[in-house]
Design a protein around this ligand. Structure first.
Ligand code: SAM
Length: 229
């Protein structure tokens, strides 16, 4: 099943477990908030402004098919930008969410969103580059359009534990990206079809991405995996 238009996207999200009428109202308000803010800063591709539910809300919410975050659990969203998927997750699920974002205008926009939606008791913005963020044990790590997989895992591995669930929408290159990382990392992940784009996929994984003793060693591992294909 592929969610092919705005009506289908709304219907799919509203039928998702735990999504109440109030949640739908909040998500509708998020669409309006992003659309308004997009007049002032470059937040999402202009081509997607007419299909916000399909391209952003449902595309983010679908990650919750592979995770059931509970109160007190901690979800880290890397490179949140307009808040996708992090803000959508925060509006649907009761967990703690940290939105990692390094650009000033987007940090301010995300902080305003947290106030607007009354989320400040469990959602925060880490307004800094990922490599400056002190290590936190994450129950969930998401990243959409953030970085190529090897760089993403090198940067975020230190937040993972044996139980961490990774949710990484990777578009059309998911399989190729997965094949480009070291086998010890590959085995943590599998590929799931995206519900919002027939050509796109999501890398879903569980476990600790152990860091090789150095970045150089990580790159060596990655290159070796790539050459053996
Ligand atoms: C292409 S946008 C994607 C935004 C959002 N995840 C989405 O899919 O709509 C990537 C975002 O990551 C942020 N970013 C890039 N490198 C970062 C870093 N090292 N630390 C934190 N944020 C970063 C950028 O400022 C930008 O907002």
């Amino acid at each position: 099943m592929i969610i092919g238009n705005e009506d289908q996207a709304r219907a799919w999200v509203s039928a998702f477990p735990g999504v109440s009428r109030e949640t739908m109202t909040a998500l509708e308000a998020l669409v309006a908030y992003v659309t308004e803010e997009a007049r002032h800063q470059n937040l999402v591709s202009a081509a997607t402004l007419g299909s916000m539910w399909q391209r952003h809300i449902a595309d983010s919410a679908q990650l919750l098919r592979f995770a059931e975050p509970k109160p007190g659990e901690h979800w880290i969203d890397l490179g949140s930008g307009a808040g996708f998927p992090g803000l959508v997750v925060a509006l649907i699920a009761p967990c703690r969410v940290t939105l990692v974002e390094s650009r000033g205008l987007r940090i301010a926009y995300l902080n305003r969103a947290i106030d607007l939606f009354g989320l400040s008791d469990r959602v925060d913005v880490a307004g800094m580059a990922l490599d400056k963020l002190p290590a936190i044990e994450a129950d969930y790590i998401s990243a959409r359009a953030f970085a190529p997989l090897p760089r993403l895992l090198e940067g975020a591995g230190r937040f993972s534990t044996e139980k961490t669930r990774w949710l990484l929408p990777k578009g059309r290159n998911a399989r190729t990206e997965l094949e480009s990382i070291a086998p010890s990392w590959q085995k943590l992940f599998h590929v799931e079809q995206s519900l919002t784009d027939a050509d796109a996929a999501i890398l879903v994984g569980t476990g600790r991405v152990a860091q090789p003793e150095s970045r150089k060693a990580a790159r060596r591992q990655t290159r070796r995996a790539y050459r053996s294909k």
